[in-house]
Design a protein around this ligand. Structure first.
Ligand code: SF4
Length: 336
C-alpha cells in the first residue's frame, strides 16, 4: 500500500504504510513536543531508584531481572543485598546457584534466580564478562526477553529502542488511542507492531530518560483506573483525553494474573522456602519435605502431587533430587 502522510492538526503526525506495518513516529514537531514535555516533567518527577544512578550493565541487568515480575518496593532492598554479596557479574557467575536462590527469597518466581545465574555464567563464558550490546546476543541470554534486552540497550547505552512494559503500553496507547484504532482496528496493534512504534518514538541519545519517563508517568499520573489528566505533561497531545475516551485498548490490557494462593506456583514456592530454611549444603528426605510443606500451608497435600511438583522444580534447575526413582527414598536439596 502506498505510503500516506496523516496530519492530525494538534496530534501526532506519522506515516502509515499498510495494515501489516507498524505506525511509526516521524520526525515532526508534535512528536518532539511530546518528547520535550515528558523529559522536562521527568526532571522534576523521576523516581529515585538505585538502579537509575548507574550505567553499569551488570547492575541494570540485575535490577531488570528482579523487576520482571516483582514490585519496585520489594526489589530495592534485595537489589542492594545482591550487590553487596555479588558485586560483579564474575562474582555472581562463580557463586553456587543455591546461594542465589537463597538470596532471592521474597522476590517470587524463583526460576528467575536460576536464569540470573545462568545468564551471568553465559556473559562470563561467552562474552569475556562484558554484557553484549546487540539485541540478538542479549536475547540469547537465559531469562532475557524483549523487554529486558531493550532495557539494557536503552538504560546502559541510550540506544534508540522502546522499553515496553504495562505502563508504557497504557500511556502510549492512550496518547495515540484514536490513531492506533484507525490503523489497527479495535483489536489494536499486535506486540510486534507496538514494539516498532515504541522503538521509533524513543529519542536518540535520550532513550533511557524517555523510557523511564513513560514508565513513571504510567505509574503515577496515567494510572490504569483513574488517570490524573489535569497533572499530565502531555495532555495537550493525548488523543484519549481529547476524545474523552480514557481507556485501555483491548490489545493493550495485561492478562489477569489469577489467584496466587493455592496455585501451583504457590506450592512450588513453599517447597523452595522449606529448602531455604535448611543450613547451606544440607538436604532433606522428600518425605520430610512433604511434612514441612503441609505444616507451612496447613493443607493435606497429596504426596504424589508434591512429588510431581518436585520433579518439575528439578527440571527447572531449582532443586536437585538424589534417588529420583523412588519418592520415599529420595533426598532433596537446593542445587550446589
Ligand atoms: S492525558 Fe490522561 S490519559 Fe492521556 S497520557 Fe496523560 S494521564 Fe494518560
Amino acid at each position: 500500500m502506498e505510503t500516506q502522510r496523516r496530519r492530525e492538526g494538534d496530534g501526532l503526525e506519522y506515516g502509515v504504510r499498510g495494515p501489516d506495518d507498524a505506525v511509526r513516529a516521524a520526525e515532526v514537531a508534535s512528536v518532539r513536543h511530546i518528547q520535550d514535555a515528558l523529559l522536562r516533567w521527568y526532571r522534576g518527577h523521576r523516581r529515585d531508584l538505585p538502579w537509575r544512578n548507574t550505567r553499569s550493565a551488570y547492575r541494570i541487568f540485575l535490577a531488570e531481572m528482579m523487576l520482571q515480575q516483582t514490585q519496585v518496593e520489594r526489589v530495592a532492598q534485595r537489589y542492594r543485598e545482591f550487590l553487596a554479596r555479588f558485586p560483579t557479574v564474575r562474582h555472581l557467575a562463580a557463586a553456587p546457584v543455591a546461594a542465589v536462590i537463597r538470596l532471592w527469597a521474597g522476590l517470587g518466581y524463583n526460576r528467575r534466580a536460576v536464569h540470573l545465574h545462568r545468564a551471568a555464567q553465559a556473559v562470563v563464558r561467552d562474552h569475556g564478562g562484558r554484557f553484549p550490546k546487540d539485541l540478538a546476543a542479549l536475547l540469547d541470554l537465559p531469562g532475557v526477553g524483549p523487554y529486558t534486552a531493550r532495557a539494557l540497550l536503552s538504560f546502559v547505552d541510550n540506544a534508540p529502542v522502546g522499553v515496553v512494559d504495562t505502563n508504557v503500553r497504557r500511556v502510549v496507547g492512550r496518547i495515540l488511542q484514536r490513531d492506533l484504532t484507525a490503523a489497527y482496528g479495535d483489536a489494536g496493534p499486535n506486540p510486534r507492531q507496538f514494539q516498532a512504534l515504541a522503538d521509533s518514538l524513543a529519542p536518540a541519545a535520550h532513550s533511557a530518560r524517555w523510557n523511564q519517563a513513560l514508565m513513571d508517568l504510567g505509574s503515577s499520573v496515567c494510572a490504569s483506573r483513574r488517570p490524573d489528566c489535569a497533572r499530565c505533561p502531555v495532555m495537550e497531545w493525548c488523543q484519549a483525553t481529547r476524545e474523552d475516551e480514557v481507556a485501555d485498548l483491548p490489545a493493550l490490557r495485561p492478562k489477569g494474573q489469577g489467584a496466587f494462593t493455592g496455585s501451583r506456583r504457590y506450592y512450588r514456592g513453599r517447597i523452595i522456602a522449606v529448602l531455604r530454611d535448611l543450613p547451606p549444603g544440607e538436604a532433606a528426605p522428600f518425605t520430610t519435605l512433604v511434612e514441612r510443606v503441609r505444616q507451612l500451608t496447613d493443607a493435606e497435600l497429596p504426596q504424589a502431587w508434591l512429588w510431581e511438583l518436585a520433579q518439575a522444580l528439578a527440571r527447572d534447575g531449582l532443586i536437585e533430587i538424589e534417588g529420583d526413582r523412588d519418592e520415599t527414598a529420595a533426598v532433596i536439596t537446593l542445587p550446589q
